[in-house]
Design a protein around this ligand. Structure first.
Ligand SMILES: Nc1ncnc2c1ncn2[C@@H]1O[C@H](COP(=O)(O)O)[C@@H](OP(=O)(O)O)[C@H]1O
Ligand SMILES: [Mg+2]
Ligand SMILES: [Mg+2]
Ligand SMILES: [Mg+2]
Length: 385
């Protein structure tokens, strides 16, 4: 099935809306002309934004309690587990309600550990969190049982792939950031035929103004952003607690000396030494901006920085839910996302991304320079071993 894209101005919406035409095989008795079915992602986008916003609220509630009760210093990870599972159950439930006939979800968590002996208490806490969120939203007149919550979590066990539609969810991306009270994201994307066609990134702790602004740590600076993108339609951002969206664009910086770059806060997730070698080769002057989660993709999409380098240690396999939403949010804002060999990320192979060395992200102008610096640095590192 081939897919063509066109921009369509909906008279009722009075704003551009994205439609695509699916050329279906002709019915047996008809002539050879293709049957054209027009579809939009408006309903999917509305559902994804709703699900991610609800999940973000659940996570904010848990993170607040986590910080207030100082559980963080006790190194007790259970509240994070509660938020991860609660977020996944909520998103899964909302999407299944909205798309009962065509629902497939590839998500990070499953209920295996929760079903073990001693898991009942934590399942009850998750169930309460999920039901409280559903009640406060008011759209769905249901109360989930503990088994209903476990089933909703396990509905995220799809394998994805190159055929059909699959939602892709990271219920909390940046768990370590969440624990520290730093950045994290609820990352939800839709794959169609193995390509990302829609992405929503809820970043509850990301300031509404640029991370490069001097006053970003002032107490008046509001946090909580939601980024969204539909293929061909650009990237938008609005406050998590609002709906007035602005279109965002990646940085237009062409001179690497003026570029700043993002990388993981956690050195275990990305080789900081290698990225500093790359930055040095490029002539980047600013120190790295280290933050957790796909909030990096969101911040990059609005030009807070110009480059994102993710260079995992040998043997690590990247999962699609760690990049699907972020990837479309950046590309629709004019950026480029490739692996370290310059190939686009392939989301059609199931849960894992099959890629060379790492992931590099920047604007179109800087990509050739960045790519060269990455190749040289990787070769230098290999020959020094
Ligand atoms: N050794 C490793 N190398 C690279 N990424 C890793 C890793 N261990 C975990 N991760 C991934 O890094 C993600 C967080 O990325 P970042 O460093 O940008 O915050 C984690 O997502 P979760 O927090 O959803 O588990 C996890 O999937
Ligand atoms: Mg993740
Ligand atoms: Mg996660
Ligand atoms: Mg995880």
């Amino acid at each position: 099935m081939s897919i063509n894209w066109l921009r369509f101005v909906s008279p009722s919406l009075k704003k551009p809306s994205l439609f695509h035409l699916c050329h279906l095989p002709p019915p047996p008795s008809s002539s050879s002309s293709a049957v054209i079915v027009a579809m939009s992602y408006d309903k999917e986008l509305a559902a994804a934004k709703k699900a991610a916003s609800l999940a973000a609220r659940l996570c904010q509630k848990v993170q607040k309690a986590l910080l207030q009760s100082d559980v963080q210093s006790k190194n007790d990870k259970s509240p994070v587990t509660v938020a991860d599972y609660g977020s996944q159950a909520l998103v899964s439930f909302v999407l299944q309600q909205e798309f009962p006939d065509n629902f497939s979800l590839v998500a990070e968590e499953d209920s295996k550990d929760l079903r073990k002996d001693g898991g009942q208490e934590i399942v009850e806490r998750i169930t309460k969190l999920v039901n409280d969120s559903l009640t406060s939203d008011g759209s769905y007149n249901v109360t989930l049982s503990t088994e209903g919550v476990l089933k909703a979590i396990d509905n995220g066990r799809s394998e994805g792939g190159s055929q059909g539609r699959h939602w892709v969810l990271d219920p909390i991306d940046g768990t370590k950031g969440f624990l520290r009270g730093d950045q994290y994201a609820i990352a939800l994307a839709l794959l169609e035929g193995g390509k990302v066609v829609l992405g929503v990134l809820a970043c509850p702790n990301l300031p509404l103004t640029s991370l490069s602004d001097a006053g970003q740590h002032s107490p008046n600076n509001k946090v909580g952003c939601l980024f969204f993108a539909v293929v061909g339609g650009g990237t938008y951002m609005h406050p998590l607690d609002g709906s007035s969206a602005v279109k965002v664009q990646v940085s237009a910086v062409e001179n690497p000396e003026e570029a700043s770059f993002f990388e993981s806060y956690e050195a275990a997730h990305s080789m900081h030494g290698l990225s500093s070698l790359i930055a040095q080769k490029l002539g980047v002057k600013a120190p790295p901006v280290r933050i957790d989660s796909q909030a990096k993709y969101g911040a990059l999409s609005r030009g807070d920085g110009a480059i994102y380098l993710r260079l995992p240690h040998k043997g690590y396999r990247e999962k699609i839910w760690d990049h699907a939403a972020g990837c479309i949010v950046v590309t629709e804002a004019g950026g480029v996302v490739t692996d370290a060999a310059g190939q686009p990320l392939d989301f059609s192979k199931g849960k894992y991304l099959d890629l060379d060395t790492g992931i590099i992200v920047t604007n179109q102008k800087l990509m050739p320079l960045l790519f060269n610096a990455v190749r040289k640095s990787i070769q230098e590192k290999a020959s020094s071993l």
